[in-house]
Design a protein around this ligand. Structure first.
Ligand code: ARG
Length: 456
């Protein structure tokens, strides 16, 4: 296929240079958006009397034919045609002849590529939001199913206090909700139609860019032709949202990997999401979760890649920008897999029956004992000091707090009564929490209900 800019050139490009610079190997994925955008553009050209209605109709019919082939997967992309735009342009010429040459009027590949990627991003932002919702639903169902389960919670990976498993699961739901609002927010700024900005300065032809925007379902038309062809913020925003989402997925995966160990022994991951060891027959390894944790590195580095790609580029278009697509596509594809696999993980996750034994340790209830004293007028500092002495005393004497007699308790603090021992119980510990957002079962139940309604 001859180059779109061939006539001015004194030589054909070097074969290795072609191989190095062609993007059809990946930007073919934008073909359907290129077709949809081109149809709107051809209609606008006729409406504004820039080309004849007859030529426009021919172009539209030809593009629709190519579009159908693309959707069926039967369209043959020519690896010798530089990029997706050139591929479609030359296919169109084969179908409708000379009229095809008029499609490129009042546009350039510089604005067309931005249109294509923006449409791709808007489609995939919406898909990602849907997949995040599916994951939230899967987590919520797991939480509902195990509503009464109490688990140890950790700070510094040291046993801290007990919480409802559902409360921990709802933390994931909250994290994912923020990801969703970030995706929705990114959509708002992507939703501005760049086509018709042409190379960078606009055109002398009497186009109607708003008509194109309206036909394509964009809310806005970009206001500045220079910014239109230079802007890749929308890709960076999408990638940064996916990077944060990736970090969330990684932390959830890490929790479950830990919880599934012999040492934590809180959950069982479904066999279908684990693999065995080629040498140790007893092993059940959580490989899928490990890879989810690992792929978050991909999502972070793809964001970095595009940030670094863009940071030194002068306005307007530079060919470097072609390289924004592989990291974008990779992050979108990987995120979709991660979200679906996490949803499957929670749908099949089992709570280990031994969980109850794990929450007997009296150390989980020291803060509750402190607050028992505070409620009796003891200062925070004194209460902390008292409970610290109790813990040390018990450890030194090899005793449990539950074993202490009334007089032994009184030695630690005169305001301690035997009823303090009622606090040495996980069920009580969650029940007596009362602050908004705490692990209190009534509050957690209300949140489960709220999320259930919200995610419907
Ligand atoms: N393949 C190019 C890209 O992805 C399309 C735009 C090319 N424009 C140009 N003037 N060479 O950025």
């Amino acid at each position: 296929m001859s180059k779109l800019w061939g006539s001015r050139f004194e030589k054909t490009t070097d074969a290795l240079a072609d191989q190095f610079s062609y993007s059809i190997g990946y930007d073919y994925r934008l073909a359907i958006y290129d077709i949809i955008g081109s149809i709107a553009h051809a209609k606008m050209l006729a409406k504004c009397k820039i080309i004849s209605t007859k030529d426009s109709a021919k172009i539209v019919a030809g593009l629709k034919k190519i579009g159908q082939q693309i959707e069926k997967g039967s369209f043959k992309f020519d690896p010798k045609a530089e990029d997706v735009h050139t591929n479609i342009q030359s296919a169109l010429k084969k179908i409708i002849g000379e009229a095809a040459d008029k499609l490129h009027t009042a546009r350039s590949r510089n604005d067309l590529i931005v249109l294509d990627i923006k449409m791709f991003c808007m489609h995939e932002l919406t898909n990602t939001v849907e997949l995040v919702t599916q994951l939230q639903k899967s987590i919520l169902a797991f939480a509902e199913k195990n509503k009464d389960v109490i688990i140890p919670a950790y700070t510094h990976l040291q046993s801290a206090q007990v919480v409802l498993l559902a409360h921990h699961m709802l933390a994931y739901v909250e994290m994912l909700e923020r990801d969703k609002t970030r995706l929705e927010d990114a959509f708002i700024r992507t939703d501005s139609m760049p086509l018709g900005s042409c190379a960078l300065s606009g055109t002398t032809l009497p186009t109607d860019r708003h008509f194109v925007a309206h036909q394509l379902g964009f809310t806005h038309t970009t206001d500045n032709s220079i910014d239109s062809v230079s802007d890749r913020d929308f890709i960076i925003e999408f990638l940064s949202t996916l990077a944060i989402l990736g970090v969330h997925a990684s932390r959830m995966a890490e929790d479950l990997i830990l919880w599934a160990t012999q040492e934590f022994n809180l959950v069982d991951i479904d066999w279908a999401l684990c693999t065995g060891s080629s040498i140790m027959p007893h092993k059940k390894n959580p490989d899928i979760l490990e890879l989810i944790r690992g792929e978050s590195a991909t999502l972070i580095s793809n964001l970095n890649q595009v940030l670094i790609l863009m940071k030194g580029l002068p306005l307007t278009y530079n060919r470097d920008m072609q390289l924004d697509k592989p990291p974008l596509f990779e992050s979108v594809d990987k995120t979709k897999l991660i979200l679906q696999l996490l949803a499957k993980t929670f749908a099949t996750l089992k709570v280990n029956s031994l969980t109850r034994e794990r929450i007997q340790n009296e150390a989980f209830f020291t803060v509750d004992i402190m607050e028992y004293l505070i409620k009796k007028g003891v200062s925070y500092r004194e209460a902390h000091d008292t409970v610290g002495r109790i813990v040390k005393g018990c450890l030194d004497q090899g005793k449990q707090i539950a074993d202490l007699s009334k007089s032994e308790l009184k030695k630690f603090h005169p305001k301690l009564e035997e009823d303090v021992k009622k606090l040495l119980n996980a069920k009580v510990s969650v029940k007596i929490k009362q602050s908004f957002g705490s692990t209190n079962p009534i509050l957690v139940d209300a949140q489960l209900k709220n999320w259930g309604k919200k995610l419907k």
